[in-house]
Design a protein around this ligand. Sequence first.
Ligand code: NOJ
Length: 569
Amino acid sequence: MSNNIRDDLPWWKKTTVYQIYPRSFKDSNQDGIGDIPGIISKLDYLQELGIETIWLSPFFDSPQRDHGYDVRDYRSIASEYGTMSDCERLIREIHAHNMFVVFDMVLNHTSDMHPWFIESRSSRDNPKRDWYIWRDGRKPGGRKPPNNWNSMVGGSGWHYDELTDQWYWAQFLPFQPDLNYRNSEVKKEMFDTLRFWLDKGVDGFRLDIIHTIYEDEQLRDNPYAMKYLPSEEDSRSFFHDNIHTIHHRDNFLFVKELRRILDEYSDPERFLVGEVGAPYDILKRYCGDVTNDGRTDGLHMTFQFKSLNTNMNASSIRKLISDFETHFPEPYIPTWVFSNHDQMRRISKLGNDIPLAKLNAVLQLTARGVPFIYYGEEIGMLDHNISLHDAQDPVARKYSWLPRPLLALITRGGKISLNRDNCRTPMQWDSSDNAGFTGSEVHPWLPLEPRYHSINVERQESDMDSLLNCYKTLLQIRKRNPALHAGSMHLHPSNTASKHLIVYDRKYRRNDMVGQSLRILLNLSRTPMEVDRIDSDCVLLFSTHKDTHPLDDRDVILEPFEGIILDIQ
Ligand code: NOJ
C-alpha cells in the first residue's frame, strides 16, 4: 500500500505533538497545581527531547469542576495557572524554542458558571436565553425531560431548572451546558474567540468533542440500540443509537466554517485536530473533501482512537496501519495516539513492559502520520490506581457507587480505567519527594504514582538504554530524515514464515535530490527472527536493542520485541 510522495507537505503534517496537562506538569509557585511558569521552565527539556509542537489542555478561567473542560471565560487564564501575560510569554517562549503551540478549545459547552449561562438561566426572555438549548418538559406537567436523549456519560442529558420551569441540554456533565450554535451570536462570539488566540500567535487548536456540536432541531427521540457501554469508535451507548445527538449533519458544515477561519492565517499555517469518536469513514468526513488544489477543507486531522486499545501483536498492528493507510491517504493524514488525559496510559495496558513500550514508540514515530505523545509517556509513567471514592475526576465520582463486580465488567477487568485521575498524576521529574513536580512539603493536587523513585526524567537521562533516550533518539532520527516525517508509506504483506514481523518502507524524493528509503522492522514475538538478506550498503540507523552500525552482507537477526530502522538506499 503506498501513498504519493509529496515534497510540499505543510509543517503540521510533519510535526510531532506533545500533550501537556497543565495541572500536572510543573508547579512553580508551590500550591500543588502545575502552572504556566512551570511549563515555561521545562521548555528546554521538551526542545532537547525533540518535540516540535506542544498541545496544552485548557487553562482558561474555570471553576475546574472538570479541570478546565468547563470554561468560564475563554479569553482569560485561570489564576492557579498564571496570568494573561504568563500565557503570552508562554506562546513567545515556545516559538523562541522553535516549537509550535496548540490550545484546547471547548466549543461544545461552557461551565454553568459562565456569565452567559448565568444570564441565560435567569429568565425565559433574557437576551442570552437562546445561547443555550432550553426546552419545555414533556406533557403533562412538563416534569419529564423533553425527549429520550442521553448524555455521553450516561443518564439523561436534560437538566431541569426550576426558576424558569424548563430543561437545558448538556452532552457531557450537568455543569457543562451546551452552547446553541444555531444562534448566530454564539457562533460569531466563538469564532472571534478563535481569532483572539490566533492573533496572539497560537498555531492551532485541539477541538474537544467536536462531533457533538449540533443536535436534531426537531428533538426527535434517539432509536434503541443493543449496546450499553460507550466506546471510542461507535457512538451507540446506553441502549441508544445517538443519531440525533452525535455526528449531526450540520457538524460537517461547521468544521468547514472553522477551517475557513484558520485559513485566514498563514505564515505559519494553523491547524485543527478534532476529538471525534467515530468509525474511520465518519472521521474522514470531519476532515472534509479534497479541493481542486489537492488540500482538504475540513479539520486538518482527527484523532484515530482505534490505536488506544490495539493489542501489541502483529495482526492487530498490521490491520491498524493498513486501515490508516486505506482511509487516510494523502492529502489526509493519520494520527498516532496511544495515551491521553482520558485514557489508561498505554504502558499500563502493555503490562509495564519496557521492550514493548519501545517497540510501540518505534511504530508511533516512524509510521506515516502525526504522533501525539502524552506527557510522561516518554519515561513510561504508569497509571496510578486511585479509587473512585477518592477521585477528583467528575466522571469517576459519578460512578463511585458502582459495586465491584459491575466496575470490573465496565472496565473489562481493569483493561480500561473509569477514573481519569489515574493517568493525570504529576509529571515525574526526579526521585526527590514529590518527584520535582512541586516542593517536598507541598500537597500535590493528585498523589504521585508511587514508582516515581525509579521512573523519572533525571534517572532516565543518564541511562542510555532508557525509554526516554529511546524516544529522544527516535525523535531526532524522525526530524533528520524526511522519509519519516514526509515520506510515503508502503506496508509489506505478511508472510507465513514471519507472521509476527511487521515491515514497512518510508520513501522520500524531492525534485531531483537524492531520494531516501528507510525500512522499519518490528519483531512482535518472543523469539528471535531472521529477516531477509540485506545488501551491503544498508545501514542500521536505529535499534531498540543494539548499537547502530553499517551492516555487512549478512542476514539481520531481530531479537524478541526488537524494532529497527534501516537505511536501505
Ligand atoms: C473530552 C475531554 O477530553 C475530557 O477530558 C472532557 O472531560 C470532556 N471532553 C468534556 O469536555
